[in-house]
Structures are given as C-alpha cells and as structure tokens.
Design a protein. Structure first.
Length: 178
C-alpha cells in the first residue's frame, strides 16, 4: 500500500460510518477499499485544521506545500477542493498560479497541483491537503440519502491519494465525517 496506516484508517472510517450493507453491494466496482491493518508504513496522523475563511485555508495549503517542496525537490503535493468542480477550480488556478490536475497534465512534472475530489482519482502525492471540508459540502446538503455513498467514495479516494501526509481543513463547521 502506498498510504500510511493512519491515512488509511481515517479514510476507512469515513466509508464504514457512511455506508450501509446495501450500498456495499451496489458500490462502484472500481473503488478498492484498503484495509488499514495491511498498511506497512506508519507516519503522522492526518491533521484537521480550522481557518477563518476558505481563502485562508487555500493560502495556508499553498504556502505549506511550497515550503515542503523547497525543503525537498522530490516532494509533491495536491490541494483538493471539496465542493467544487474542475471548471470552477480553473479560476483558482489562474489566481494561485498552480496547474489544475486533469487528464492533460502530468503531475510528475509539477511539484504542486490543484484538483476537485473527482479528478484526484488515479494519482498519488506525498502530501494532500483537502480544503473546504465543511458541513453541507461533505456530504452536500440536499443530496439524496442513497447517493451519500458516492460522496463518501470520492472523499475516500481523495484522502488516499496522500502517501505520507494528509491535512483536512474547514473554516466554519466541519463535516460530520470528520
């Protein structure tokens, strides 16, 4: 497993706390749910951080990843935006000067990328920072109860993109999943 035991444990708990037995039988077959006890590495616990605004969350995430990459040229990271689609994240890309993770970008050529929850699938990073982990966003307010597992799966996938360090941030009320 690429992840640490601590990252897998948190991601696993999100799924187990939000899935019913029925949903496991209809869940996307492409989702591989990793058992935390089989992880062969242990590092830091994922951190939950509170900011005063989404802007502050993003500023912290960018600065933290820039500092990590300056200390280690082989370091890479991804800022994942909960509650946003990739089309909306493109606007943040222009402001932040950080490329958007999409099918056209090779993240191995970039120390830092940004993404929505969905586009992060299939990639891995040393550090992942998921911003906007708010109540009403994870899961989205008004989402049909039968669809909550899809949101939990996307969140699980985004969390398990982190090989070494995972940070989750919010600015108002944290998601119940946290």
């Amino acid at each position: 497993y690429r992840n640490t035991r601590q990252i897998l444990l948190l991601a696993y708990q999100v799924l187990m706390n939000n899935f019913s037995e029925e949903q496991f039988s209809v869940a996307d077959d492409a989702l591989e749910i990793l058992e935390p006890q089989y992880a062969n590495r242990s590092l830091s616990e994922p951190l939950l951080l509170k900011a005063n605004s989404l802007s502050e969350e993003i500023t912290y995430a960018k600065k933290h990843l820039e500092d990590l990459c300056a200390q280690n040229l082989n370091q890479n990271g991804c800022i994942v935006f909960a509650g946003y689609k990739n089309t909306e994240i493109r606007e943040y890309s222009k402001i932040l000067g950080i490329p958007v993770l999409d099918g056209n970008l090779n993240p191995l050529n970039e120390p830092i990328v940004i993404s929505d929850l969905e586009q992060a699938k299939g990639y891995e990073f040393d550090t992942v920072i998921i911003v906007n982990c708010e109540a009403g966003i994870l899961p989205q307010t008004g989402i049909h109860e039968d669809e909550i597992y899809r949101s939990a799966c996307q969140f699980y996938v985004a969390m398990t993109r982190a090989k070494n360090d995972l940070y989750l941030s919010y600015h108002d009320t944290p998601s119940d999943w946290l």
